[in-house]
Design a protein around this ligand. Structure first.
Ligand SMILES: *Cc1c(COP(=O)(O)O)cnc(C)c1O
Length: 424
């Protein structure tokens, strides 16, 4: 190990605290975390000069590849002017333009207002607080709770976490945050009394943290209909599915659904900088007009950060310039075929779950039983794949494969070959 690598690891282990990480193991003898230092397109390099395919888009964020010249130039150009100015009391051209562009993806008189924040969790927090305050200001204050889906994930800040359906993450903080009822299906949803429900929150088309589990076809359209019939707001968490991952720019477009709130983050800046957006309708926005106490008292220091907006606009331009969405069907089909072939070779692959350019590969014992959680089999396979030039993280024993949208057919084959050897 070279000196800079050793130094980075030593300093990290002395002072950093990592997300979702057992720090005892992280800092234990023999653990040598990768020190990532450079990226280009779908590739990343570590401090020892080894190259890897970014198989999970750097935790589901990257869209057009790392160090893309156009996004780098857009950030650089804004950096020459100013890195950050306050959106509280001021505006700037890029935020105004970005808000207009985002609303422009939806029909007129639907989603027409954008509230910027910093990440997926805060995009959800905004939607929840807006939804509750809307009811207070429209004479319906009893509607102060939410419905979320079992095993869903919507972020880690307190309000977003109160929606969380993954017990191992959220059980400890139950009782804090919003009143939330969890349901597993549309049938279960239909049994609920709606008098105290402000909104329903869902990850459309596919649940990410729930081991990449797609919803039944047409479920989103049915949910929209249920929301209309019951006067409930539909809050879509497209933090993962947004910006092309499912094959369309937004997952909701696949079922012709327009939500009352749309939460965007991860891929918004192409995966370059933290920036999030909560889109909502003119009708909801209008309820916040009038006297001072009706305003939405919410915000963060870096709201609508100009560098983030520059990256986001450049990323949206690239969707057009590089015909990103037009190229996806062939890649999605290739990924499906390659995964099917991989499954045919490896009895440990229990199920492949794919939605667009998002795939989960669930591993189980050949007899179909799950591996004991303590074995951490998925983690071992990802570690082995790393030696063959693929970086990704499992969710339990489901290996996630969702590389940047710019990933080529050859690079998909590289990723599959790495998994093939790792499973071997
Ligand atoms: C990642 C994620 C979030 C949380 O976003 P952060 O930027 O990590 O706060 C929320 N919802 C979904 C579906 C996500 O994948």
């Amino acid at each position: 190990m070279q000196e800079p690598t050793r130094q980075a690891i030593e300093r990290d282990q002395a002072h950093c605290w990592h997300p979702f990480t057992r720090q005892g193991e992280w800092c234990g003898r023999g653990h040598e975390p990768l020190v990532l230092v450079r990226g280009e397109g779908s590739w990343l390099w570590d401090s020892e000069g080894r190259r890897y395919l970014d198989g999970n888009s750097s935790i589901w964020t990257n869209i057009h590849g790392h160090a893309h010249p156009a996004i780098n130039a857009a950030i650089g150009a804004q950096l020459e002017k100013v890195a950050h100015t306050s959106f509280l009391g001021f505006t700037h051209p890029l935020a105004a333009q970005l808000a207009e562009r985002l609303c422009g993806f939806f029909p007129e008189k639907t989603l027409e207002r954008v509230f910027f924040s910093d990440d997926g969790s805060t995009a959800i927090e905004c939607a929840l607080k807006m939804a509750v305050q809307y009811r207070q200001q429209t004479g319906d204050p009893a509607r102060n709770g939410f419905v979320a889906f079992a095993n869903g994930y919507h972020g880690d800040t307190l309000g977003a976490a109160s929606l969380g359906g993954v017990g191992r993450f959220f059980e400890r903080f139950r009782g804090s945050g919003f009143p939330v009822q969890h349901v597993a299906s549309m049938d279960e949803l239909r049994t609920l009394a709606t008098g105290n429900i402000a909104g329903v929150v869902i990850e459309p088309l596919i649940q990410g943290v729930n081991e990449m589990r797609p919803w039944p076809a047409d479920m989103l359209a049915e949910l929209r209909q249920w929301c209309d019939e019951t006067g409930t707001h539909l809050i879509l968490d497209e933090v993962m599915t947004g910006f092309g991952r499912t094959g369309s720019l937004f997952a909701c477009q696949r079922e012709n659904v327009i939500p009352d709130f749309l939460c965007l983050a991860k891929g918004l800046t192409g995966g370059y900088l933290p920036l999030a957006a909560t889109l909502t309708t003119g009708k909801i926005y209008d309820a916040f007009l009038g006297t001072a106490d009706r305003a939405f008292y919410y915000g963060h220091s870096y709201t609508a950060n100009p560098l983030g907006c520059a990256a986001a606009l450049a990323s949206l331009d690239l969707f057009e310039q590089e015909s990103t969405l037009d190229q996806l069907p062939a890649k999605i089909a290739h990924l499906a075929n390659a995964l099917a072939a991989l499954q045919a070779r490896h009895p440990l692959i229990h199920e492949i779950r794919q939605c667009g350019f998002i795939a989960g590969i669930e591993l189980r014992r050949p007899d179909g039983e799950k591996f004991p959680v303590s074995e951490r089999f998925g983690e071992a396979i990802c570690l082995a794949a790393r030696d063959h030039g693929l970086l990704t993280r499992p969710i339990l024993d489901t290996i996630v494969l969702m590389p940047p949208l710019c990933t080529t057919i050859e690079q998909i084959d590289h990723a599959i070959a790495a998994l093939d050897r790792a499973l071997g």
